[in-house]
Ligand binder design. Sequence first.
Ligand code: ZN
Length: 627
Amino acid sequence: MPGPIVHLLVQQRLATALRRSDGSQEFVKLLRGEPCSPYAGFGSMGPDFLFFSLREYGDAIGDLSNFIFEVYDTIAPIIEFVEETIEPVKTAIDDAVSALLPDELEALLADLGSTAGTLGSAMLAKLGEIVTSEVDLFYPFYPKLQQGAPEDEWYWFDFLHYRRTGRFCSTMWRMARDAGDPDLMRYCLGYASHIGTDVVGHPYVNSIVGGPYRGHWHRHKLVENWIDAWARRHYDDPASFMGCLRIGPEDVPRPNSIAGSYYSRLCEFPDKRLPDKLSELFVAAQRETYGDIPHPPDFNPDDVDAAYRLWIRWFERATSIGDALAPTPPPPPGAAAGALVTGYANEISSIWSGAGSGGGGGGGFSIWGIFAAIADFIRRVLETIVKTIEYIIDHIEDILLLPLTEALRLIRWLVYQVHLGLWQIYDEARFALVLGGYLFPDERDLAKLPWAEAFVNAGNAHMTGGPAAAFSTYPRKRQAYALLGQTEIHLVYPATLRERPSAEPCPLPHFGVYPDVMIDAHTGDPKADAFFFCEQPYPPDPSDTSPAFTHNVERDTWSGPQLGSALPFSARLISEMLDDLPNFNLDGDRGYGFLTWRLDGVGPTDPPVSPAPIESNPVNVNYGPTV
Ligand SMILES: [Zn+2]
């Protein structure tokens, strides 16, 4: 799943892209008829919201979403802190320092110190949950496919990305059209754009990750988050969509960041519940499409709605909670305050002796222990805040003996140290959570190296460690890791062996470039249409070069754009194939352009095969016929 932002960017531009093709007027009219339709917007999420399927993932999604919600609950007061706590203190100092008694000033500062300390400690505690315990909250999402589990034990999230993927959408489309319901028809157009974007976008993500989602799911999520942030900054909101965001007086919109994009409103139904007709359509199409093959336990409409409600809660927080700005430094204290400043610096220096450079900002770079380094930095900043407040209170009488302007300047400067400290705690902890894959990067994170390069362009993937990503060495096997252990592994390009047989990660023109090339740069190569009709992934006889086999089509076309970029390809799927969409593997799971496939020996009529174990890969990766 390219992230929700890329899916929405494509969906927002769909009507324009469709206008360019003949025979699409029906679809253009549907989309233009209601440009803010949450059906079309949410449709573009495809099956991705089922990542929040409580019924299937149970505690795992409960733990992950609770953790993320608590993080947002911790961040929000820090953002408010500036307005609610720092500003009044500054004003009080400006207005009344001459009239303030030392006791009053002391009380004001003590209050400031304890609030800053509480907020900073809360942030550190949140970070500690993943750092000191070294729990990978993503681990339990280990895809059943990779575990070699029977398909009736899979998750629907995976199943809808792997099996009869186009047929499921075409079935919904037929049902929606027969019902004559334009809302549901718009949902299907959005869903079809998800298919187009996944087919093109996943191989791009995978080329940076080093392998497909099933083996590298945590790194996959991380890379998608960064691509989403990159794309959000790169593309402007189309004017026709601005009204759909319903920006109100309380909102703080930010044009280049996901936080403050308010994009959840593009997918929001009344009461933040799925309309019955939509959850019923979804379930009816699941039953019709998959009734005759082994599939995960049947959903009922309430299961679909429950996943949506949790998903929209997450997406709302991710796109609405803003950012705290770094404080502006005041003029430094004057010469008369020299002795006091020196005394302060001496007290603080002991806190910082032996400290590293902190986490995200740069300086020395080592991936292992990055989270521990950030936590250590935050601990020291917290101590600095406490010490700063103590210092002011201990020396209040001396400070007030200074000439008034000097006293003011010194107090303002010391209060700034507290403010700056809290902001650093916020920013470092937030960034550690971004690196963990738990939060989207902010606009300013896109300036942080090597991160901002390594996660959006395969040509730079080695910058956070591991070998250079090579077009010819794909897909890499799963990196062995567990629920507990080093939590940084997803930050490093995997140094594992290649799975066999070989496959291409993505079209060559999409390799080692930035995400806009994947999103809207290329129209497709007609020769790549052969992908639609492949019968098997690999020819049983390697000398057979027939285009009936996906790998042969890959080899013949990979120097060009193949199916084209996500937007034109999505428009083409809708205008030419909506009644009978091809059944691509939406994860680009094996390589580029693979239709759905399954492992040998697991289908009801397959002759049994003995598992041929592949090192650190529990799946016997022999690719059976398309289903
Ligand atoms: Zn998807």
